[in-house]
Structure formats: C-alpha cells, structure tokens
Write a protein that binds this ligand. Structure first.
Ligand code: SF4
Ligand code: SF4
Length: 453
C-alpha cells in the first residue's frame, strides 16, 4: 500500500492532530495509530489485516489517506477533470435576455447595451433546448443580464416554451435567476414557481449607507437597499427556497459586513446563503475600481474571518460555505455542456465575456451552419484550458480542489494559472471548520467522500 500525495496535517493549539485529504476533502481528527499506520503503509499486506487494524485501514482507504499500490491518483484526477469537461448528461444555459440594467454599479464588468433579445433569437434558443432535451437528462437555465427582470415578458414566454419542450422529451428542467432584486414585485415572485425559477441570487453590499453608494439606480439618487431587502423577504415568504445573498467585497466595504448580517438577522433572513463575491477589475468597464480590489490572499483571509462570524451569528444555509469541494472541470468555461448567451444570440464560455462579441464562441442563429473558425478556436481554447499543462499544478497538493483556478483569470494572467484562495486559507478554514463542527450538537459531514455515516 502507499500514502496519498494529497494528505495534509496540522496540529491545533491543544495538541489535536488533523488530517485532510484534498482528493476526497475528508477531514479527520487522528491519533497515533492513524499516523503510525501511514508509516507502515509500504509494508502493509491488506489481505492479512484483521480486527481494529483492518477497520482503521478501511477508514483510511475511504478517506484516500492510504491507497492500494495500483491506484494512480494523478491519473484519476485527470480522468475526473476530462470527464467533467465532456459530460453530456445536462445542458446549462446562462441566458441574458437583455444587457440593459437599471443600476449603475461602478464595479460592473459588463459593457451595458440597450435592447432586448429578439423573437428570432428566443426561437433559436428554444429550438436548441428542444434538441438538447431529446438527448440529455437535464436542462438548467440561469437568467442573467444586465438586469434580467427588465425582460420579464421574455423570461416568462421562453420559460413556458422551454418547460414544454423538456416535458415533451422527458428531460428535467430547473431555473435560477441572478438579479439585483430591485424589480422583484409580488406578481413576479408569484410567477417564479410556474416558471420553475426556484432560486435567486441577490446582491447586498453592506448596510444601507454603504450599499447605496455602490448599488445605485441609473436614473435617481434614491437608495436601493430598503427595496432589495424587502423584496428578499418577499421571496422567502413566498417559499423560494434557494436564496443566496452575494456581498461583493473590496477594501472599501469589507469591514461593514457584520453590520449587514445583523440587519439580515433582524429581518428573519438568517437562513439565506451568504457568499462573498471577490470584486475584481475584470474588464475595461470596471478599471476605475482596481485600486479598491483585494488581492486573492487578502480576500482569502476575509473569508476565514466571515466563516467564523457567520457561524457565531447562527447563519445556517449551505452549512459552511467556505469548505473546499472536489472539482472536476472548473466551471462553465471549460465545459462542453454550458454556454452563456447574450440578447443577440452570441454564445460565450465565461460570464465575464458576455456582450463582447470578439470573445464569442458561437452564434445560436447560425448553429446549423459551418462554424466560424475564430469562434470555434476560442471555444476549443477554453475547453482545453487545463492545469495538467502546468508543472506547478501537476505537483501541487491543492490540485483536486483548485483545478488550476478560474480559466478566465488564467488567460488574463498571461496563460498561467492563478492560484485559488485555498492556497492562502486552507489551513485556517479547515481548523475553524473542525472547531465549529466539534461544538455542533449533531455530527455533520464535511467532506464529499469522508466515509462517515
Ligand atoms: S472562467 Fe472564471 S470568471 Fe469565467 S465563468 Fe468561469 S469562474 Fe467565472
Ligand atoms: S493554480 Fe496554484 S493552487 Fe491551484 S493547482 Fe495550480 S499551483 Fe496549485
């Protein structure tokens, strides 16, 4: 037998020893028997084991801390990575029915454009979904913009048609919306259930006096905080289960989050998911905010701070949002089954590219024609973005949870992987998670394959 190359060990102040394996994301409190079994691994004869020793080795095998000699970890990670890229069970479309927005946030990376998705593009998208539903098990739609609720009629009409073609062809259908939350009125929320929009991501950037300086209407000085908070409550009261509040953080607002969390508690919103978005000057549209952005290390440290605060304040949705997960491919950008579509029908791999036609990888109106060579190659480049092309990633013990980081950032970084936050905060996040779980009245699984019952 042999020892995993993805084991990591830490000792807490009270002497407790923790073992983490990044290939399974298992985290265990370990004792001397565990550690000595690791030393003995090369001489272990699995078939000859019995009793407590065998039980321990079986647990260690489940967590991938030790392996059978024939198991090639790097090959398995590579297989998972490419299987994820080329998985064709589902189709994920992020659809922007408009790139217009009623807000004028200074950090927005999009280049706003007026206009709505034409009927011709809507028809072509429904046809694409219809074709996919004949071959795939699942169609998953994310409504995006601009502000998608400026195009409520298009969302309603397209949803009904896409749901119908999925039902006719036996594919499951689900949808989510990313919205600034300002236009969420009772009628719209009531429609969500019919339109199978079962989750929403809404942005609040701090308490009202901070939020209102960052998330402002284009046409008025009136603050948006109160309306968004009230609308988020309405979503919850109307049974929309999957609500997540995204707090876009940079150096200027990161220290006000606790105040926002208290407001959410006072408004009975302790059970919504909370995510910290890392404000980055992704495109020329948002270079004005570059000086305020935190680097990945600073952002990673703030994640640890807020993991602690969220836990202490009793936020529960999504458990511990900052625990690492096993990655196959990275995101929609390096998957053959996901696209972002703009109102003109141009298809993109990354959310940051939407609306920049020179970054498009396809055009839904020309789906049945010979592919444009430039678009085709851009698609191929995104799909083949792979950490296995970089020696530092191949050697890295974080590879299974990082997978070379965001492909868009990698391309921006001169075609070099940009390390994920785990490089800076994994140890702190895991120690904190251990202490939080230890204090929890009920045992909770923290790893995708830790082997616990
Ligand atoms: S490439 Fe990066 S920025 Fe683009 S969708 Fe993926 S994670 Fe997001
Ligand atoms: S990008 Fe950095 S942290 Fe991620 S796998 Fe590569 S070397 Fe490791």
């Amino acid at each position: 037998m042999k020892v995993s190359r993805y084991n990591m060990f830490w000792t807490l102040e009270d002497g407790t020893k923790l073992a983490f394996n990044s290939m399974t994301c298992a985290l265990a409190e370990v004792n001397e028997d565990f550690l000595s079994m690791l030393d003995r691994a090369p001489e272990l004869d699995y078939e000859g084991l019995a009793g407590e020793e065998k039980d321990l080795v079986d647990q260690m095998l489940l967590g991938n801390y030790i392996l059978k000699d024939s198991f090639d970890e790097l090959k398995v990670i590579k297989y998972r990575h490419f299987a994820g890229k080329f998985n064709s069970d589902s189709l994920g479309l992020t659809i922007a029915p408009t790139l217009s927005c009623n807000f004028g946030c200074p950090y927005c990376y999009e280049n706003p454009k007026n206009g709505m998705m034409s009927r011709e593009v809507q028809d072509a998208l429904v046809e694409l979904v219809s074709d996919a539903a004949k071959q795939r098990k699942e169609i998953s739609i994310t409504w995006y913009g601009g502000e998608p609720l400026l195009a409520k009629g298009i969302i309603a009409d397209m949803s009904e048609r896409m749901i119908r073609v999925c039902e006719e062809n036996g594919a499951s259908y689900g949808a989510f919306i990313v919205t600034n939350g300002y236009l969420l009125d009772d009628e719209t929320i009531a429609q969500f259930k019919e339109l199978r929009i079962n989750g929403a991501q809404i942005t609040l950037d701090g308490p009202a006096r901070i939020h209102n300086t960052r998330r402002m209407l284009k046409t008025s000085d009136k603050g948006t905080f109160d309306a968004i908070l009230a609308n988020t409550r309405k979503l919850k009261e109307n049974g929309i289960q999957n609500i997540s509040i995204r707090i876009n953080v940079d150096k200027t607002n990161v220290d006000y989050i606790e105040e926002l969390l208290d407001i959410l508690i006072d408004n009975d919103l302790k059970d919504v998911g909370i995510g910290l978005g890392h404000v980055n000057a992704y495109t020329d549209a948002c270079t004005s905010v570059a000086d305020a952005c935190m680097n990945t290390e600073e952002y990673a440290r703030k994640n640890v701070k807020y993991q602690d605060i969220l836990h202490r304040k009793g936020f529960s949705a999504g458990g511990y949002p900052y625990y690492p997960g096993i990655k196959a491919n990275y995101c929609c950008a390096d998957s053959t089954s996901s696209f972002v579509v703009d109102p003109e029908g141009f298809m993109y791999k990354c959310w940051n590219d939407v609306g920049s036609v020179e970054k498009a990888v396809g055009q839904v109106l020309r789906r049945n024609e010979a592919p444009d060579e430039d678009m085709y190659m851009r698609n191929v480049d995104y799909i083949f973005w792979s950490p296995f092309d970089y020696a530092e990633c191949v050697e890295c013990s974080l590879l299974p949870v990082c997978m070379g980081g965001c492909p868009y950032n990698g391309a921006r970084n001169g075609s070099k992987p940009e390390c994920e936050k785990w490089k800076y905060n994994l140890e702190d996040v895991l120690k904190l998670t251990y202490l939080q779980k230890k204090d929890s009245p009920e045992p909770v699984c923290v790893g995708d394959a830790c082997g616990c019952e």
